[in-house]
Design a protein around this ligand. Structure first.
Ligand SMILES: [Zn+2]
Length: 214
């Protein structure tokens, strides 16, 4: 039987997942960030800033408190958490069921939004592909939209805008997109987040290859 990601030591699992995503072109150079929350729900391990994602080791992570974003543990003294930690923090703070959040920079996601979403659109309608079931949506003709956010240089400003997603309830689709940047997907387990980011990338890859009229 396959070993699920959640059965592995969290940092070792994330380091291997980063290699998978790097090999697929979703984490070029040092791009992207991955996190897993502890069982108590109070903190999460996240990729440290500045390390190449194709070569991560279990020591290249920093533990951050969900409540205030403060670093609570490092493997190496001078490591800092990912510059996009505040986005993970918002997800964990507002969705108590979220155990893992994965964020990648893929070409397909950027192109899909550029091709199919008007400049000021706040969401991208997703096609009713079979694969949407993999996101936990089983409607016969689903109307699902991927929330879109502007890519401000001030990452906490993006995080503040993302907070609106969770007001008043957790969204149906556990994914969001920052324009010209990439998607973030979360799940109730690391395995679910991993499976769902593959599903979202499949759907966005499909969209990036279709014209807006099809
Ligand atoms: Zn990013």
């Amino acid at each position: 039987m396959a070993t699920l990601w959640d059965e592995r030591e969290p940092r070792a699992a994330l380091a291997e997942i980063a290699r998978h995503f790097h090999a697929r072109g979703w984490m070029a150079g040092t791009a992207g960030n991955l996190s897993v929350r502890n069982t108590e729900g109070t903190s999460f391990w996240i990729t440290a800033s500045g390390y190449p994602k194709g070569q991560l080791t279990p020591d290249d992570f920093v533990k951050v408190a969900v409540a205030d974003g403060q670093v609570v543990e490092t493997c190496k003294p001078h490591d800092r958490p990912s510059a996009e930690t505040s986005i993970h923090q918002v997800i964990y703070r507002h969705d108590p069921t979220a155990r893992a959040a994965l964020h990648v920079h893929s070409i397909a996601a950027v192109l899909a939004v550029e091709r199919h979403a008007p400049t000021n659109a706040t969401a991208l309608a997703l096609p009713a592909l079979e694969m949407i079931k993999g996101m936990g949506i089983w409607d016969e003709a689903p109307h699902v939209a991927l929330p879109l956010f502007e890519n401000w240089r001030d990452v906490p400003a993006i995080a503040r805008e993302i907070e609106r997603l969770f007001d008043p309830t957790t969204p149906t689709l556990s994914a969001l997109m920052i324009r010209r940047h990439g998607i973030t997907v979360w799940g109730t387990s690391l395995q679910q987040a991993y499976d769902r980011i593959e599903i979202m990338e499949y759907i966005l890859d499909y969209l990036s290859r279709t014209s807006p009229t099809t």
